[in-house]
Write a protein that binds this ligand. Structure first.
Ligand code: KDG
Length: 338
């Protein structure tokens, strides 16, 4: 009896530690419905990754945790869904880090053009101390970050002319994400950047409100931008990641067991998603060639020229985001490149 009592006391004191009044530890896995929404389509590597996440969560929880998936911005754009997580009316979203820079400015280091050369370099930084440090800034904004998935290297499409040289950006009205680094970088190149949520891009291209946009090949294919664009130039000007977000209001109600399932599933599905994203990047190029859109390579020399023009923008934001952080980023990258 004495031992039993001791055990009970230990358990109940354990549950109150986190400030939770309910006995989360004794709850194990509860039946729950988890609403997960993204801006891209189901056939996109991000959509396929989300389906993998659903499969893993449902399997690990014996079907108790159910993930309801919403693709193609049916629940809203990245910022709207992130706000819904903060308010506790949606549980999961996987936005680009770029539009989150208004909330956590340091995420902007991933928006520096020509920062990464390969997806593996991005993995090393995102999964390393820098990526972790940025995830730790999320809870004070009502969000939990379970890791990074891949969006990938972005290229420019437009309806006017091929971009072969840095000069070819001049005068082009280009949609950018809602992110000041992207806006200033395209301004520096002489373009006319127009920030807007992703869900409005197709219509804006179709109605010629804008001349072009920039996104990874998988997105250009999945969202059929080739139907409303004449030129695809392989500028590979920036790599942007996705961040896997959970509502903190929801997270705090979960038992440690449930949290573990979600954390592991986000990482496992993320590995699958990154792999798929890299395969799709190759495949999409082949398929885009068949659509009739004019595709051109951009020489390394011209890409270096573009990087040179954008350099003052990067330097300005390096100061704003914190020189220590940016120096750490560059030295981590040096290590990866050795
Ligand atoms: O699901 C993610 C999308 O909503 C968005 O982040 C895609 O890269 C993107 C863009 O250009 O807005």
């Amino acid at each position: 009896i004495a031992m039993g009592l001791l055990f009970l006391t230990a358990c109940s004191s354990g549950t109150t530690q986190g400030g939770n009044t309910d006995k989360t530890e004794s709850k194990g896995i509860q039946p729950r419905v988890i609403k997960a929404g993204i801006g891209l389509n189901e056939d996109h590597p991000q959509g396929q990754g989300l389906l993998k996440f659903k499969e893993i969560v449902e399997q690990k929880s014996g079907g108790k945790l159910k993930v309801q998936t919403y693709f193609s911005a049916t629940l809203g754009d990245d910022l709207k869904m992130t706000e819904a997580l903060q308010g506790g009316t949606q549980e999961i979203t996987i936005p680009s880090t770029s539009p989150l820079v208004g909330m956590i400015k340091e995420f902007g280091i991933f928006d520096f053009p020509f920062l990464f050369n390969t997806p593996e370099e991005a993995d090393a930084i995102l999964d390393g101390p820098i990526g972790k440090k940025l995830l730790e800034k999320l809870p004070e904004h009502g969000l939990i970050g379970l890791g990074y998935w891949e969006n990938g290297f972005r290229h420019v499409t437009n309806s006017k002319h091929a971009i072969k040289t840095a000069d070819d950006f001049k005068g082009l009205k280009l949609r950018t994400m809602q992110n000041e680094v992207h806006i200033d970088a395209f301004k520096a190149l002489g373009a006319n950047p127009t920030p807007m949520p992703f869900s409005e891009v197709f219509t804006a291209l179709e109605s010629n409100t804008i001349d072009g946009q920039e996104n990874p090949l998988a997105t250009i294919k999945s969202n059929k931008f080739y139907e409303v664009q004449k030129y695809l130039s392989l500028t590979k000007h920036v790599y942007t990641p996705f961040v896997f977000l959970v509502s903190k209001k929801f997270w705090d109600q979960l038992s440690p067991e449930e949290q573990k399932i979600l954390q592991e599933a986000a990482i496992e599905a993320g590995k699958y998603q990154r792999q798929l994203s890299r395969e799709e990047d190759q495949k999409a190029l082949e398929e885009l060639k068949k659509t009739g859109i004019n595709i051109n390579e951009v020489s390394d020399q011209e890409r270096e020229k573009m990087a040179e023009i954008i350099k003052p923008v990067v330097e300005k934001y390096a100061k704003e985001f914190g020189e220590d952080l940016v120096n750490e980023l560059y030295s981590e990258l040096d290590k990866v490149r050795q």
